[in-house]
Design a protein around this ligand. Structure first.
Ligand SMILES: [Zn+2]
Length: 315
């Protein structure tokens, strides 16, 4: 399925700083699968050894990079092993810098957010899911181990990339949705889930009512509060909720939905699923804000139930 349109302490350092600083090396005779690999490796080396390089040639047959300081001898030149092979052979690698350290340490432009994010995952996370990690933590790790100061913006992008590496992308999350719903139903007997896709098999609507909430509903007052909340994140959307009040005046969740927008079609779809859970009848009431779309959809799906406006919105 395709998608719709406090600083924490270092969690599990897997390697010591001295080990991390030796973790990426290049030597003459190395073989790279394609010409992207030398760039990725060189970026890591440039973080570890604190310098910057310029890619002089990145062609089908040849890859050539030099230290950014003029006349420095550091350079790498890799050529394709044969015209039919995608592999590059590092034919000549001169790892000796003849430039001054003051100038060399002053620039690390190749150390981009993806490179930092990947190095952070490989060296600092120890398989954690990066929960609670903040950009500041990445800045601290990179500064302490590699003596490299990176901006907050770069650390923020690096963290986003690191999360993609560890958890998968936002888009891939939608692919897991059917199996996630299956597991929810398996772990919570009686749960009702509904997933609606559009004609192009992209996510459209989602409805979940947990089995335990469905079982408890007959013992609640049949006054159901309806509302929607805008979601942040890459694909946005709106979360629709139906809740009532338990005997202790606590909020009792009945069902939730994720839809693309708070429009008539989405509300009507959500209410149709909800009707399968709570039914309809004169002994039931719905409370919502003054949104006319909700009122119209409620009337269509729950013709018998009473409809009211929340006191706050009425005020
Ligand atoms: Zn140099």
């Amino acid at each position: 399925m395709k998608p719709p349109h406090e600083t924490m302490k270092p969690s599990h350092e897997t390697m010591k700083p001295s080990q991390l600083r030796k973790s990426e090396t290049i030597k003459s005779g190395d073989i790279f699968s394609g010409k992207k690999e030398p760039i990725v490796k060189l970026r890591k080396v440039s973080v570890i050894e604190r310098f910057d390089f310029i890619v002089k040639k990145s062609w089908r047959q040849i890859f050539n990079a030099k230290c950014f300081v003029a006349r420095c001898t550091w350079s790498i030149r890799a050529t394709r092993m044969s015209t039919s092979s995608p592999e590059f052979l590092d034919g000549k690698y001169t790892d000796l810098h003849t430039c001054s350290t003051v100038i060399r340490y002053s620039r690390q432009r190749q150390a981009n957010a993806k490179c930092i994010g990947q190095m952070y995952v490989e060296g600092f996370t120890g398989g954690s899911d990066l929960k609670g990690i903040r950009p500041k933590h990445i800045m601290d790790c990179i500064r302490v181990v590699y003596k490299l100061d990176i901006s907050y913006t770069k650390a923020h992008s690096a963290l986003a990339y690191a999360r993609e590496l560890v958890r998968g992308t936002h888009a891939s999350g939608y692919r897991y949705l059917p199996s996630y719903l299956y597991k929810i139903k398996h772990a919570n007997p009686g749960t009702i889930t509904e997933l609606e896709l559009d004609a192009k098999k992209r996510f459209k609507y989602l409805f979940i009512a947990f089995g335990a909430c469905i079982k408890g509903f007959p013992f609640m007052r049949r006054v159901i509060v309806i509302d929607g909340a805008n979601l942040s994140g890459k694909y946005r959307g709106v979360m629709l909720v139906a809740a009532c009040q338990d005997g202790n005046r606590g909020i009792y969740p009945i069902a939730l939905g994720i839809v693309n927008a708070e429009d008539a079609a989405a509300w009507e779809w959500f209410f149709t699923q909800l009707r399968g859970v709570v039914g309809d009848g004169k002994n039931m009431a719905f409370i919502s804000d003054r949104c006319p779309t909700i009122a119209k959809a409620l009337t269509n799906v729950f013709p018998e139930a009473d409809k009211g406006i929340c006191l706050y919105h009425l005020g």
